[in-house]
Design a protein around this ligand. Structure first.
Ligand code: FUL
Ligand code: CA
Length: 479
């Protein structure tokens, strides 16, 4: 009987909250697909560069290194996976084939593969199953440029390249991302059998067909390239997004190998395609392992900075680990990565706004109350009425609070909107600007600001320019 009463009460409550049928703001295009939203929530994941280059001290092998030189003595993909889990990474992408053309999986499409090496196994398959065991997402890099193939530059190579892609897409279960590298032998490098091959970068590889194949065989996978179609290169290999970072590009202008790479760092504010930035960077100077770089591993300090400059600026961070000649991630690399993750988790652990009082300049109706910006849930958001594309939020604390980090999130399923905002704190009854060393323009999925510690009882965030009504998912402050 009691159960019934409770049931009735819950139904009534549910009904009351649904009774407000204020419509959600209409989307401001372009908007992400659901899989792009899920991808963005991953935030950090790992890259692995491993292959013949590892054993020949090279970055870009010519495609003529002896396969037998590939000889890892203690290869253990589970060790990689454990490192990534402890470093907070949500997945990993491996160089199944780099520019030298050597394949880390036992493919029948070429002899230049792992079965002819000194290691009898399937590195791609071993990593895919380690990922399943440790709950990581799995992705592949397959270089379009191939310096081993004598037919590179002619149509038969493109058929081969697409066949390799099909092989990878059908062999290893779910793939979350496929990496289409823009680096190429066409522009001043020697391609194929060490001769110069001039290819038409924009059309040669028939990328649209390759992307359609991925879409068909791996509908949950995101295709990375300079130009998407799933996510875009951030335009540098330092792992840094622009402080202004739009998740859009003008789709008909960009393509893999697009020369105006600085545009990729900020995105196109008037872009028509949703193409969020992925920030790739190696934990060492090189992408592949070199003994000479054993003392040049990026410190946890450096990695913490990188996180704020990538994830903290509306990008995802793809952090590369050069697997060493033993077939393992070196100790310093894994210690620094794990320490980095622990530090970030600590810095962003307790949101001081969870129990602050919130007042908003405007409300859209009960379903979009200001309180929804500090309920710890990305999927609930504060929104302003249709005609209102600016506004502010004031957070009031019961007592003085010290803080040095502020995180903001827009509800991106309805588009990226905010063009400009600023943040102030209450000091002796007056609103003072928080001292920041970066511009406060875009927010997107996530923006995190760092500033010298302040102590205050109030915080005001003003959104002064936006592409439409405001849709703010979360605001959080940390000490
Ligand atoms: C570049 C390549 O040329 C590098 O070797 C590396 O794979 C990096 C991630 O992408 O374009
Ligand atoms: Ca929320």
């Amino acid at each position: 009987m009691k159960k019934n009463v409770l049931y009735v009460a819950i139904v009534a409550l549910g009904f009351a909250s649904c009774a407000d049928n204020t419509p959600a703001p209409t989307p401001v295009y372009p908007i992400p697909t659901p899989k792009q939203v899920e991808w963005q929530k991953m935030e950090t994941y790992a890259f692995i560069h491993f292959g013949l280059n590892t054993f020949n001290d090279m970055e870009w092998g010519y495609g003529d290194s002896d396969p037998k030189t590939f000889n890892p003595s203690r290869l253990d993909a589970k060790q990689w996976a454990r490192t990534f889990v402890e470093a907070g990474m949500k997945g990993v992408i491996i160089t199944a084939k780099h520019h030298d053309g050597f394949c880390l999986w036992p493919t029948e499409l070429t002899d230049y593969n792992i079965t002819h090496s000194s290691y009898q196994g399937d590195v791609v398959g071993e990593l895919a199953s380690a990922c399943r065991e440790y709950g990581l997402k799995f992705g592949v890099y397959l270089s379009p440029w191939d310096r081993n193939r004598a037919d590179y530059g002619s149509p038969s190579y493109v058929q081969y390249y697409h066949a390799q892609l099909r092989d990878l897409m059908t062999r290893y279960g779910d793939i979350f991302e496929v990496w289409f590298d823009g680096a190429n032998g066409g522009d001043g490098y020697y391609g194929g059998a060490k001769e110069r091959r001039n290819i038409d970068r924009q059309n040669y590889y028939n990328f649209p067909q390759a992307w359609a194949m991925v879409e068909e065989l791996q509908p949950n996978a995101i295709c990375f390239s300079d130009a998407g179609p799933g996510c875009r290169w951030v335009g540098n290999e330092d792992g840094k997004a622009g402080t202004t970072n739009w998740s859009f590009l003008r789709a008909d202008e960009v393509y893999p190998g697009y020369p105006n790479i600085e545009e990729l760092t900020t995105g196109h504010p008037d872009g028509d395609a949703w193409l969020p930035a992925e920030c790739d960077v190696s934990i060492r100077p090189g992408w592949f392992y070199h003994e000479s770089e054993d003392d040049k591993v990026k410190s946890d300090d450096y990695l913490v900075d990188l996180y704020y400059q990538s994830v903290g600026r509306n990008g995802n961070l793809l952090l590369n680990f050069p697997v060493n000649k033993e077939g393992l991630i070196s100790k310093t690399d894994s210690i620094n990565a794990v320490t980095f993750h622990q530090r970030i988790s600590r810095e962003l652990s307790h949101n001081l706004l969870l129990d602050a009082k919130v007042e908003a300049s405007d409300l859209r109706g009960k379903r979009f109350l200001a309180q929804l910006v500090n309920d710890g849930n990305f999927d609930t958001y504060w929104a302003t009425p249709d005609e209102v594309s600016e506004g502010s939020l004031i957070f009031t604390f019961h007592q003085q609070q010290s803080m040095s980090r502020l995180m903001l999130q827009e509800y991106i399923p309805l588009g990226q909107r905010v063009r400009r905002f600023h943040v102030e704190y209450l000091h002796e009854g007056k609103w003072l600007p928080i001292a920041l060393d970066e511009e406060t323009t875009t927010i997107g999925y996530k923006r995190i600001l760092r500033f010298p510690t302040i102590s205050t009882t109030g915080l005001r965030v003003s959104f002064t320019d936006s592409r439409g009504p405001l849709c703010i998912s979360e605001v959080a402050a940390f000490e």
